[in-house]
Design a protein around this ligand. Structure first.
Ligand code: ATP
Ligand code: MG
Length: 460
């Protein structure tokens, strides 16, 4: 307890700027006001008109300064939730421990929170220093000190077009450095998720992590295990969908943090072609993220874990298990090994299973089963997945394209395509198998599974 209090005191000492904040005008920070959400500006204006201070804060300011498109806009203010809410037509208070206000404008929600006090040392923590309760309102300066990295503690006043910077965040941003506010070890102990966030911002901004901020990660990685499942899942997902997923994954691996999140990753990377498959999958995800398209978490995790499912599928079939039940067993065992560490929501798990199990059906479909396959809710995702496997040269690209065309067609065209399936089926099934078997990595092609499979199962 005493140790904690001293550490907190030291943290706050370093966290407190000596000469007040730096202020940057339009020509120095370079934010183009036209790229700022008009709803976020509106929230600040209304709060200002009622005598409160209000700023756009966090990720949006950081991204605007470096010229990236912000994901969303948050506002910080000295008004309390009960003072904020009546000022807007559609606003609701959310959160139990630390309340904040969602101001709603059509599709856009501006999360508006009251300045918060940083760790006072009296907060309730677990035995590793993780803060369990954190609900005190604070001053503007305190709010800045409780944020994680200097680049995330910038406040933009959209009326004066001024950036307020308590921790040299603008300089760090320009120099592309991720630097923790305060004593890094204490801050990681308070909230181990910050380790993942450091890697994410490093990869996303092409920034280096300051050595003092980096150093404790290698020692404290295990603390991640004490973070509640849902938060860990959310941060992992953010990491994989930040637009630079492969860089993040490599950094996770290097820092040893993957053990607590994706424990199977070492084995996936060790598998022949495993890393390449993940790389293809993640680069498609990155491309989607960068062009503003949504990414499905189930597809992402299905792709990450697939090579292991595939490998186990082959191994189980080699023991004489029929093709379909072997795939079910492989899928279940991989999901159970993975969720032992990082809990993937149940609904995502069932989607992942569907995507995987449909892979066996694509290769062995019959005219009747094709119509049933089309009706599966995850059909489209499973076809995309097949495309991914074709790109990784794991299945025949003609087969993958046939299914893609089918997915893109209307019912009439589908009927015609399915009528001619028999011959296409034969070509797709036999020729790539034969050809591939003599190639370099027969065991890694899905078609090679046919060798160990039972004769064609029409119900497959
Ligand atoms: P993104 O662009 O991914 O949304 P972000 O920086 O906006 O990045 P959020 O998770 O949306 O990240 O958080 C908003 C802000 O809240 C951050 O910029 C940071 O100031 C603060 N914050 C978020 N998580 C933490 C944390 N674990 N510890 C301290 N401050 C945090
Ligand atoms: Mg954000």
């Amino acid at each position: 307890m005493l140790k904690n209090t001293i550490k907190t005191f030291v943290t706050r000492l370093f966290a407190t700027p000596a000469h007040g904040p730096e202020r940057f005008t339009r020509d120095k920070h370079g934010i183009d006001r036209r790229r700022v959400s008009r709803h976020a500006i509106k929230v600040c204006e209304v709060l200002n008109q009622h005598g409160y201070a209000a700023y756009i804060v966090g990720g949006a300011v950081r991204d605007l300064i470096v010229g990236l498109e912000p994901k969303d806009f948050d506002v910080a203010t000295n008004a309390t939730p009960n003072q904020i809410r009546p000022l807007f037509r559609r606003a609701r208070i959310i959160g139990r421990r630390f309340q904040l206000v969602h101001v709603v404008f059509g599709q856009e929600i501006i999360e508006t929170s009251t300045f918060r006090a940083p760790s006072s040392g009296n907060q309730e923590t677990d035995e590793h220093g993780r803060i369990l309760r954190d609900n005190e309102f604070g001053t503007h300066e305190e709010d800045a000190a409780r944020r994680d990295f200097t680049i995330n503690a910038l406040y933009y006043d959209p009326i004066k077009e001024e950036v307020i910077d308590f921790h040299q965040g603008v300089a760090d941003l320009k120099n592309r450095v991720v630097r923790m506010i305060g004593d890094p070890e204490t801050r990681y102990r308070e909230d181990p998720v910050r380790m993942l966030r450091a890697l994410r911002f490093g990869a996303k901004l092409g920034a280096r992590i300051d050595p003092t901020t980096q150093e404790p990660i290698a020692r404290l990685g295990e603390l991640i295990e004490h973070v509640p499942d849902s938060r860990l899942f959310d941060e992992t997902l953010k990491l994989l969908t930040c637009g630079h997923a492969m860089d993040c994954l490599r950094e996770l691996h290097r820092a040893g943090l993957n053990k607590s999140l994706i424990p199977l990753m070492d084995r996936i990377f060790d598998e022949q072609g495993g890393e390449a498959f993940v790389e293809i999958a993640l680069s498609r995800t990155d491309a989607r993220v960068r062009s503003g398209k949504p990414v499905s978490p189930s597809f992402l995790f299905a792709a990450l874990l697939w090579r292991l499912v595939h490998q186990r599928w082959l191994a189980i079939m080699e023991q004489g298990e029929p093709r379909n039940s072997a795939l079910i067993q492989a899928a279940d065992s991989v999901i159970s090994d993975q969720t032992h560490r990082l809990a993937i929501h149940k609904r995502y798990q069932s989607d992942m299973r569907e995507i995987w199990l449909m892979q066996a059906r694509f290769e062995r479909a019959t005219v009747r089963s094709i119509w049933r396959i089309i009706e599966q809710p995850r059909f489209r995702a499973a076809v995309d997945f097949l495309q991914l496997r074709a790109e990784a040269r794991e299945v025949d690209s003609v087969l993958a394209q046939w299914w893609m065309d089918l997915a893109d067609s209307n019912d009439d065209t589908r009927a015609k395509m399915i009528d001619t399936w028999q011959s296409g089926h034969a070509t797709a099934r036999t020729s790539p198998t034969r050809r591939r078997r003599h190639r370099k990595h027969p065991s890694t092609t899905a078609s090679a599974t046919d060798t160990a499979a039972t004769p064609t199962d029409p119900k497959a």
